[in-house]
Design a protein around this ligand. Structure first.
Ligand SMILES: *Cc1c(COP(=O)(O)O)cnc(C)c1O
Length: 358
């Protein structure tokens, strides 16, 4: 079985990594390569592993950190830990991001049992309203408590932006992170060697003429830009990078001329929605063997501009192929480009195969 599949061009990936690695190294930033969007696939991890500029691998899933234990890079759990996974985190992650004192105590207990020092980075919420300390007094008070724990080392501070609240990083909100670091350093005589200033949405600050990355930020965590070749604050592509490392391919299982308007009384579709249709007369409709179980049809784009996506059910993608002449037959593949969301879902679907080319 080979379809549906994602074709990954490892040479393009390597060029993308080289570009961003050089860019961050020039700004004296350490790099956390975030591996969740491609399920930490070993073929891709091997490419990242070649770059000494990459200091850390970060992932939100402990399973992915476990999968690359053999890598010499330090491993960071970038999602706030579940208390129930404390034992695995201490065993398989060198560092974890935290915002709850009780959870840090669980990690301390697990670290004691494993005779280890576990490093943590405290997460600060600067307005995106996903994870992190929002109340600075709570951060100060918890830091004092954490310092009493025998097997926990506070490695630094971190912020995440542009994920839930879509807040754009700038010198002001990232400057607050640097200020907090100074406060903690003075108050508690802490070293705090890592100040991690966000994800692919912070990259634009390195090139901006109107804003800047404040001094003191010394790490960025990059997932999307490496693989899709664009920064994510404004969605600008880097002309030096490839935006098509990945191509999704799905196979046509039916190609027939049918009406564009369904026949009979319209109720609700398989997902409980009441759809609306435009009557465009008869059209050549293709059915490809991929569906919502793998990918949201709104988040993929046919590479052949003559093809339009009409919709999808769990396992079928329906295409308007009226303008494609005789170029497609049943058994042929249709190709799509991927966004972050569709890459995430299709790459982590076990039904979608992965093929690696150079
Ligand atoms: C996913 C994630 C990242 C990487 O984000 P990109 O936009 O893919 O660069 C960084 N930090 C945290 C905490 C994340 O969850």
């Amino acid at each position: 079985m080979k379809n549906p599949r994602i074709v990954v061009n490892l040479e393009k990936l390597e060029k993308n990594i080289a570009f961003i690695a050089a860019k961050l190294a020039a700004s004296e930033l350490s790099i956390t390569a975030v591996t969740k969007v491609f399920e930490a696939h070993p073929e891709m991890i091997a490419v990242y592993d070649k770059f000494p500029e990459i200091d850390y691998f970060g992932d939100s899933r402990i399973e992915n950190l476990i999968s690359y234990q053999a890598s010499p890079k330090k491993k960071i759990l970038i999602r706030i830990p579940m208390q129930s996974e404390a034992e695995e985190i201490v065993r398989y992650a060198d560092i974890s991001f935290n915002s709850e004192l009780e959870t840090v105590k669980c990690l301390n207990q697990a670290a004691k049992e494993q005779n280890k020092i576990h490093e943590i980075v405290l997460m600060v919420d600067l307005g995106d309203l996903r994870e992190g300390y929002f109340d600075q007094q709570e951060l100060l008070a918890d830091t004092a408590e954490i310092m009493k724990l025998s097997n926990i080392w506070i490695k630094g501070l971190s912020v995440n932006l542009t994920c839930y609240g879509a807040i754009i990083p700038n010198h002001q909100n990232l400057g607050q992170l640097v200020e907090l670091k100074k406060q903690l350093q003075q108050k508690y005589n802490l070293t705090l060697e890592m100040v991690s200033g966000g994800n692919s949405s912070s990259l634009y600050l390195l090139d901006s003429s109107t804003d800047y990355l404040p001094e003191g930020i010394n790490n960025l965590r990059i997932g999307e830009t490496f693989v899709l070749g664009r920064e994510t604050a404004y969605g600008e592509t880097y002309p030096q990078m490839h935006q098509n490392v990945f191509t999704l391919k799905a196979e046509l299982v039916e190609l027939k001329t049918k009406p564009s308007y369904p026949i009979g009384e319209i109720g609700v579709d398989a997902f409980g929605n009441r759809p609306e249709y435009v009557d465009k007369g008869n059209m050549k409709r293709g059915v490809a063997a991929i569906g919502r179980q793998d990918v949201n049809p709104d988040d993929i784009t046919p590479l052949d501009e003559r093809i339009e996506i009409l919709g999808a059910s769990s396992d079928h993608l329906i295409l308007d192929m009226s303008n494609t002449g005789d170029d497609y037959q049943v058994g042929k593949e249709v190709e799509f480009s991927l966004s972050y969301g569709s890459l995430l879902s299709s790459f982590t679907s076990r039904y979608v195969k992965k093929e690696f080319i150079r």
